[in-house]
Ligand binder design. Structure first.
Ligand code: ATP
Ligand code: MG
Ligand code: MG
Ligand code: MG
Length: 484
């Protein structure tokens, strides 16, 4: 089954169970200042769960465009290195707004997975929130999952409701206990079952989360019961597709095969000194590029442009990260933007906005990429000169101040400095670099504590563009401060 058929089967299954098929909302949340990007299918229904908004239906199903590259759900650093994480992915979901609850949600999930998708029951594990005896009993008694494959997950992350099985959209908003379904990819892959010390491996992969929405968490941390208990579920399309296509990694599914090939072609075409056969087709860098073009293209298509603050800043950072990975593989001229049309060919049917805006997205990313290549060229001149002087003096360690200046003043990424140094037999003085970074962070923090117009406090670094490692967004808090 192709990913597109899996998406279709999911939506049709829930339609047959009385759910309204609703289109994905944009990756930029409508009027939710607590959220940088849409991070789950439930976002567009947040006010319905809270009882502020009413729909003509009490059951819905979607395939939602999601981005997890900042805020509470941030998978940026996982991308390319785990089999299962993207910054952009599609979340298949079914929703009950005060209609059905735990029993039906679990029964639907099981029917779809084992009935329609024909997954062997003994490969599926489930987790429940430690205190949720009701969910446990449904799995065990009604569905018949044996006790040895049901794991209770408690508040072992430091505080009540900090459990993996207590889902929260962000620090505030709808939340509740959840039950998750995992697929066992078999003993050839490293990793332990959920709840075990090595659960972070890629053997047991979480495919579907069913959240029992029961509370609204306010900023003071208080959980207010929702008007009606509801259901919100999310299954990563790429993950279930990997299972159904009998591959282990999301990057091996049909949706990614063409995109990865396009990424390799684009990098090879931009590489003046190409090895025989071009760059290594299995390099994690190609996965990063294929992942990031999806995030960047969808973000620009939905209206963000690269900039120095907020969403535009995250977009810039992700685009530059992809370009850096291409540079690492040998690309010396812009290549990343050329992936816009291959992506539109792959995903434009499901998301027509990719086709409608393809030329604009291409132009925006091209301009951004050209600017960054100029930055790289300028940085390389400085670095070349510094390394030449260092070599002449017989040194092997580049001073941290030069690395910092490159990063801070010229926007030249420090990991690129590290890569170039490594290639030429030098290292960077990490300690001094870190010290310069902290010094600058302190200065920025002192200057950057101010109140926003709507009374939300901005704490942390200032909005000025200091290199591009500090992330500031327009929500109530600094969402994250990144140092690659
Ligand atoms: P994980 O523990 O693997 O990071 P999660 O618990 O953070 O996943 P949820 O918030 O429960 O994920 O989201 C619901 C579903 O969305 C997951 O079960 C998974 O199938 C999918 N999903 C979550 N994050 C990603 C991602 N970064 N890339 C691809 N799919 C994802
Ligand atoms: Mg996660
Ligand atoms: Mg999880
Ligand atoms: Mg989860």
């Amino acid at each position: 089954m192709k990913a597109s058929e899996i998406r279709h089967t999911f939506l049709k299954f829930f339609e047959s169970k009385g759910h309204q098929i609703v289109a994905s909302s944009p990756v930029i949340p409508g009027d939710d200042p607590t959220l940088l990007f849409t991070n789950a299918g439930m976002n567009q229904f947040k006010d319905v769960f809270l009882g502020f908004d009413k729909r003509a239906y009490s059951r819905a199903t979607t395939s939602q465009k999601c981005i997890r590259a900042g805020g509470k759900h941030n998978d940026l650093d996982n991308v390319g290195y785990t089999a299962r994480h993207h910054t952009f992915f599609e979340m298949l979901g079914n929703f009950s707004f005060g209609d059905y609850f735990k029993k039906d949600a679990i029964a639907y999930a099981w029917e779809l997975l084992t009935g329609h998708f024909k997954l062997p029951a003994d490969k599926l594990w489930v987790t429940v929130y430690a205190e949720d005896d009701e969910a446990y009993e449904i799995w065990n008694k009604q569905v018949g999952v044996p006790a040895e494959r049901i794991v209770r997950i408690g508040d072992n992350k430091g505080g009540r409701y900090m459990s993996d099985n207590f889902w929260m959209m962000g620090d505030t908003g709808p939340c509740g206990p959840c039950t998750e379904i995992f697929y066992d990819h078999g003993p050839d892959v490293a990793g332990g079952p959920p709840g075990s010390p090595d659960e972070d491996g890629d053997r047991y992969i979480e495919i579907w989360n069913n959240v029992f929405m029961q509370f609204n968490r306010t900023e003071d941390g208080v959980m207010h019961p929702l008007p009606k208990p509801s259901v919100d579920t999310g299954m990563g399309l790429e993950r279930i597709t990997a299972v159904l296509q009998h591959v282990h990694s999301n990057y091996e599914i049909d949706l990614f095969v063409a995109l990865l090939a396009a990424a390799k072609n684009a990098v090879d075409a931009a590489t003046p000194q190409r090895a025989e056969g071009g760059c290594d087709a299995s390099s994690p860098s190609l996965k990063v590029i294929a992942d990031h073009i999806r995030t960047c293209a969808f973000t620009v298509a939905d209206g963000v442009i690269p900039g120095n603050a907020g969403r535009g800043f995250v977009l810039r950072r992700i685009a530059r990260r992809a370009i850096r990975h291409g540079y690492k593989l040998g690309a010396r001229v812009p290549f990343f933007h050329t992936l816009v049309h291959p992506l539109a060919a792959e995903m434009g049917e499901a998301y027509p906005e990719l086709r409608t805006h393809a030329d604009r997205v291409f132009a925006v990313l091209k301009q951004e990429e050209e600017r960054f290549f100029q930055t790289i060229d300028r940085g390389m001149e400085i670095l070349d000169a510094a390394l030449e002087a260092l070599g002449t003096a017989g040194g092997t360690v580049l001073d941290g101040e030069t690395a910092f200046k490159l990063h801070d003043t010229f926007g030249f990424p420090v990991d690129l400095t590290g890569d170039v140094c490594r290639e030429r037999g030098y290292t960077v003085h990490q300690g001094d670099f870190e010290a310069a970074m902290s010094r600058q962070r302190e200065q920025a923090r002192a200057a950057g504590k101010f109140k926003m117009a709507q009374g939300l406090e901005y704490s942390g670094v200032a909005t000025a563009f200091h290199g591009y490692e500090h992330l500031v967004c327009e929500t109530s808090k600094v969402v994250a401060v990144y140092v690659d």
